[in-house]
Design a protein around this ligand. Structure first.
Ligand code: NOJ
Length: 549
């Protein structure tokens, strides 16, 4: 057993761990999203980096995660904090160089963890050489790698499309007299995925990284890559549409979510299959409708391995609502497909705030839910200590989305603050006296304190991951729910039972005559054999129940 109170020490990583060679390793895995800029700073410039990540891998190995998804590490002018890529086959100098990335992959591998990168194929940075060339002349060979169109007769944009960050999705280029398309910032011109040159360039890009040992990609807005070839206007939103569509005034059916996006995913899945083990495609499938999410799995064998479930992320923290999304997901996904469950990421308020209002009991319950559903859990850095969002003032914001929508929406800085490692200056994220790129969260919590406390959220998460790893039921057992009543969500995974009391009142759960045991409880003192046929769950308590044999 590792020493629970040891200070972090990268040299403590084992050097002989063998990664599982099962081609479907990712189904049994727990994934962890590293937002590199905010993870750990090794060179005291206030910005997280790859050497900082290497030095903290022991925390992730101790926690028991199997795979890391690194938010973009490629060169970028950071108009959208890395999601505006200027070179797909290099490393952002602030984060280090290719050797540093190779070192992360190698050290993670020795510690039993695989590394996925973030691929941003919908758009590049306007600083990318491809766009510089495309913009230089209408006759450039690269011109049609992007989406250009003539103005409407009155000089306005070619159609009514609104960008995901608000405002028209088109910017006028005076030099050529045409508009270019950007579904996000003007600094993020959309690639034209109808163009074969773009497709071949990305074949080379994915191979470049996969050849280096990268285990797969989280694929940014993979549902948007292809746009309507005729650039038709989006239809108006109706009052039955989700809030976000009503806010934008239109249904985004022509500037994304086109059927041809599936061709690109099939193309990459074929390339993935050339590798051993196959490289994993984890899509950012930001769709409102579960039927559309299911479609991105294709047959279950030929598109994404996993697609993020936004209806789940956006559901309220209520048993009936969450159980409903899970049941519908289970029913809609192709038989061979595998769900993925997450509650936080760098774009949404953290689960500890959004779902749990900072209440540690609810945080444990939410994490137990993620770690016991059938599918791959993806934790976001800080989830393991129940980190909450930071409240920002407008002057502190760096996210262009927050700056645009303030005060109605603070943007995404609240969930992107630096990882608090210890109680020292700058929480151990960067050196004393250095200003971190984003201020630290106000919540007084950190990894070291929780590691020293066996009753902490951190130890609970570690124990839940260990229990999951040791339980074939929790890894692969069917999901069989009982009807939700009074906020009590009970489901079986194989012969193992999970009960989540998502309510402020205690609940009684009838266990029956077979001897049972509470293998894990969010209320740790309740763990152990149960001889009573009825188990009382406290408010906001979750348990994993196994049979005693
Ligand atoms: C989704 C990413 O997660 C988000 O951070 C980014 O702003 C947009 N895609 C555009 O790339």
């Amino acid at each position: 057993m590792p020493d629970d109170t040891a200070p972090h020490d990268a040299t403590a990583l084992p050097d002989d761990t063998v990664l599982p060679d099962d081609p479907a390793w990712w189904r049994a895995a727990v994934f962890y999203q590293v937002y590199v800029r905010s993870f750990a700073d090794s060179d005291d410039d206030g910005v997280g980096d790859l050497a900082g990540l290497s030095a903290r891998l022991d925390h992730l190995a101790w926690l028991g995660v199997d795979a890391l998804w690194l938010s973009p590490v490629m060169p970028s002018p950071n108009a959208d904090w890395g999601y505006d890529v200027a070179d797909y086959c290099a490393v952002l100098p602030e984060y280090g160089d290719m050797d540093d990335l190779d070192a992360v992959i190698a050290a993670a591998g020795r510690a039993g963890m695989r590394v996925l990168l973030d691929l941003v194929p919908n758009h590049t940075s306007d600083h990318h050489q491809w766009f510089v060339e495309a913009r230089s002349s209408v006759d450039s060979d690269r011109r049609h790698w992007y989406v250009w169109a003539d103005p409407a007769p009155d000089g306005s944009p070619p159609n009514n499309w609104v960008g995901s960050f608000g405002g028209p999705a088109w910017t006028f280029d005076a030099a050529s007299g045409q508009y270019y398309l950007h579904n996000f910032l003007p600094e993020q011109p959309d690639l034209n995925w109808w163009n074969d040159g773009v497709r071949h360039a990305f074949d080379d890009i994915v191979r470049f990284w996969w050849d280096r040992g990268v285990a797969g990609f989280r694929i940014d807005v993979c549902n948007m890559m292809i746009k309507d070839a005729e650039l038709r206007d989006n239809p108006p939103a109706t009052e039955d549409d989700p809030f976000i569509m009503q806010m934008f005034g239109q249904r985004p059916i022509y500037n994304g979510n086109r059927p041809e996006a599936h061709d690109i995913l099939r193309r990459w899945r074929t390339i993935s299959g050339e590798y051993s083990p196959p490289r994993v495609l984890l899509g950012e499938t930001n769709v409102d409708i579960l039927e559309n999410l299911a479609a991105y799995y294709g047959t279950g064998h030929d598109e994404l391995h996993m697609g993020f479930n936004f209806p789940f992320i956006e559901a309220p923290f209520e048993a009936a609502a969450l159980a409903d999304v899970v049941a519908r997901t289970e029913a809609l996904l192709p038989a061979a497909a595998w769900p993925v469950w997450t509650g936080s990421n760098h774009d949404v308020s953290r689960l500890a705030t959004r779902w749990c209002g900072g209440d540690p009991a609810k945080v444990r319950l939410a994490l137990l839910m993620l770690l016991t559903l059938r599918g791959t859990p993806v934790l976001y850095q800080g989830d393991e200590i129940g980190l909450t969002d930071r409240a920002f003032e407008k002057e502190e914001l760096l996210d262009p989305v927050g700056l645009r929508f303030w005060p109605h929406y603070p943007g995404r800085d609240p969930e992107r603050t630096p990882m608090p490692w210890d109680a020292g200056p700058n929480a151990g994220f960067t050196a004393a006296g250095v200003t971190p790129w984003l201020p630290l969260a106000q919540a007084p919590m950190n990894v070291a304190d929780q590691r020293a406390d066996p009753g902490s959220v951190l130890h609970f998460v570690r124990d839940a991951i260990a229990l999951r790893r040791a339980s074939p039921d929790l890894v692969a057992g069917d999901y069989r729910p009982a009807p939700v009543a009074d906020g009590l969500w009970v489901f079986r995974r194989g012969a193992t039972r999970v009960a989540l009391n998502m309510g402020a009142a205690a609940q009684d759960l009838t266990l029956g005559a077979t001897p049972q045991a509470v293998a894990l409880s969010t209320h740790r003192s309740h763990e152990g054999p149960v001889d009573d046929p009825v188990l009382r769950l406290d408010a906001w308590e979750g348990v994993v129940i196994t049979t005693r044999g």
